[in-house]
Design a protein. Structure first.
Length: 146
């Protein structure tokens, strides 16, 4: 089989990062979907106060949460498809994360209700999100994404 120019330039780390982050972002998409569908098997570990918090998000928070989650998932898929629109998807996701974080950590009792563990986990999500934005931008600049 003859390799195209793009295939020849595609580094193995793109496939590794693409697959791992597709799985990571799929977990975020599942979390969003399970929360919005109020799936008992998933939500049963939360207290009544925490459930009221999740289920009481204003519509604008829910919209930006969805954009953060689905944008990240689309970005990881874009990496695997070697498409430069992955960068745009990660930008949408990151901007949406900023907006939801303002609500979760500044405009509501999110930290008080969820505890310090939620802050640590959010920090991990932020590190992954900004790594993916940087990584996709670098791959685009190198011509790996078209």
């Amino acid at each position: 089989m003859r390799r195209t120019e793009t295939e020849a330039k595609t580094p193995i780390h793109l496939w590794i990062i693409g697959v791992l982050t597709l799985l990571w972002n799929a977990m975020g998409a599942f979390d969003y979907t399970a929360t919005k569908m109020k799936l008992d098997f998933y939500m049963s570990s939360f207290t009544e106060e925490q459930l009221a918090y999740f289920y009481g998000f204003p519509a604008w928070v829910t919209i930006f949460w969805a954009m953060a989650v689905w944008g990240a998932l689309a970005g990881s898929l874009g990496l695997l498809l070697r498409k430069k629109w992955a960068v745009g998807a990660f930008i949408v996701s990151a901007v949406s994360m900023v907006i939801t974080s303002v609500y979760n950590f500044g405009l509501s009792d999110g930290v008080k209700l969820m505890g310090f563990g939620a802050v640590i986990f959010s920090a991990i999500i932020w590190v992954v999100a900004f790594f993916l934005l940087w990584y996709s931008w670098r791959m685009c600049k190198r011509g790996v994404l078209s």
